[in-house]
Design a protein around this ligand. Structure first.
Ligand SMILES: [Ca+2]
Ligand SMILES: [Ca+2]
Ligand SMILES: [Ca+2]
Length: 240
């Protein structure tokens, strides 16, 4: 066999292989920014799951009323670096964040990330935080409702002891209701429901979204395979 042809063949093979590698590795590096579609539900069965491929960096959504709760189903790939923080457009939205595990049991929650800051934040490295990779549910909501579980305990004691000043505590599901999974939210009296329309930004770390390849990944993959196929055909032509 001609050694020049041999060299050329393997060089092209290397190019095709690196194209394939690029298709498989480069794509997941894209950060995913998700925008709430319609209104994310507030129950495990109606939670919204961000789509895409790569680390989930931001979720943009709207809390439309003081009774609106937005629950997202997220995959925590790196529990030690998981964190979440929320900011709102007006800066007046007194947000709360609560994380539930895949079974709906409370993990940890926060009202105010810092003293004098109404924005909620779930820090990385908390001993109350997620301990294992897996599916979780993250809720963003206002102060007028609280998560409830199905065992009849008062809502205020579901996630943890009633929040008190200075509201910056990281609270676990240590209240009596925390022994049961999320089943709903404390209702806001219809007469007290007011429009808020706060647009929020939820910054995340340690989370990824589904590794289902996007169309361009398939295209690059097929292009790479096609290139290899063409070279194999050409090579057999030379040899035959
Ligand atoms: Ca919403
Ligand atoms: Ca909602
Ligand atoms: Ca708050």
């Amino acid at each position: 066999m001609d050694s020049k042809l041999n060299y050329s063949y393997f060089r092209k093979m290397a190019v095709a292989t690196s194209l394939l590698t690029a298709a498989l590795l480069a794509n997941p590096a894209h950060a995913v920014n998700w925008t709430e579609v319609g209104d994310a539900g507030d129950l495990l069965s109606t939670a919204q799951e961000p789509m895409g491929n790569g680390p989930l960096r931001n979720i943009y959504g709207t809390i439309s009323t003081n009774a609106d709760v937005d629950l997202y189903r997220i995959f925590i790939s790196d529990p030690t670096s998981f964190s979440a923080s929320v900011t709102s457009t007006s800066g007046n939205f007194d947000s709360v964040l609560a994380l539930f595990n895949g079974g709906g049991y409370g993990v940890y929650a926060n009202d105010d990330a810092r003293l004098g800051d109404r924005n909620a934040g779930l820090p990385a490295g908390s001993f109350l935080g997620p301990q294992a990779p897996g599916w979780y549910y993250l809720a963003v909501f206002g102060l007028d409702t609280t998560p409830t579980s199905g065992n009849g305990f008062t809502p205020d004691h579901y996630i943890g002891p009633e929040v008190s000043a200075p509201f910056t505590q990281i609270i676990g599901a240590s209240g009596p209701g925390g022994a049961s999974p999320l089943t709903g939210w404390a209702p806001v009296d219809p007469a007290d429901v007011v429009s808020i329309n706060e647009e929020y930004r939820l910054r995340l770390s340690g989370t990824t979204v589904s590794a289902v390849p996007e169309p361009e990944t398939y295209a690059m993959l097929l292009a790479g395979l096609g290139l290899i196929g063409a070279m194999v055909r050409r090579r057999s032509g030379f040899m035959g």
